[in-house]
Ligand binder design. Structure first.
Ligand SMILES: [Zn+2]
Length: 158
């Protein structure tokens, strides 16, 4: 399960939507149906099955962090020093005026960071996007799964 102790409604609702996707077999099977991800040596079906199993018996906590630089483009982060937590930038919590689009965007960021968290747990595999330049990274697991989480929610939960 994905949890938060934040009392910010935008975080709470984004976490709820990220959990809804986790339990939606249509979303899970869509991710599993991909043939490969760039910069990933684990099959998409094995990766998503591992994420499901991990979250059946473990908790991932979503917190917030405040980038020192007010113009920081960072939306969210994972830090191996806190291996069971992911963080959303408190400077990037307001995403969209429409509630579903707002929640879907936060849920997409959470899913992106969960891929980094899972990569950190799997010593045998590499799943990521290298450096933080998003240029040309759209088919890596963090970017593709994050984007598809957002788009699936926007399409199916409207
Ligand atoms: Zn990333």
């Amino acid at each position: 399960m994905i949890i938060t102790y934040s009392r910010d409604r935008r975080v709470v609702d984004g976490v709820a939507l990220a959990n809804r996707l986790l339990k939606d077999e249509r979303f899970i099977s869509h991710i599993a149906s991909h043939y490969t991800f760039d910069m990933c040596d684990m099959s998409p079906s094995a990766l998503i099955a591992y994420i499901q199993r991990h979250l059946e018996s473990n908790v991932i906590e979503v917190g917030t962090f405040k980038p020192f630089n007010p113009w920081s483009r960072a939306m969210a982060m994972f830090n191996p020093s806190e291996p069971d937590d992911v963080f959303i930038s408190s400077r990037k919590l307001q995403r969209h005026p429409v509630k579903l689009d707002q929640d879907a965007s936060i849920a997409g960021s959470i899913w992106h960071e969960i891929i980094h968290l899972i990569n950190n747990k799997l010593a045998m595999f590499t799943i990521g996007h290298g450096n933080n330049n998003p240029e040309g990274k759209q088919w890596t697991a963090p970017y593709q799964i994050g984007r598809e989480a957002k788009q699936f929610a926007q399409r199916e939960y409207r």
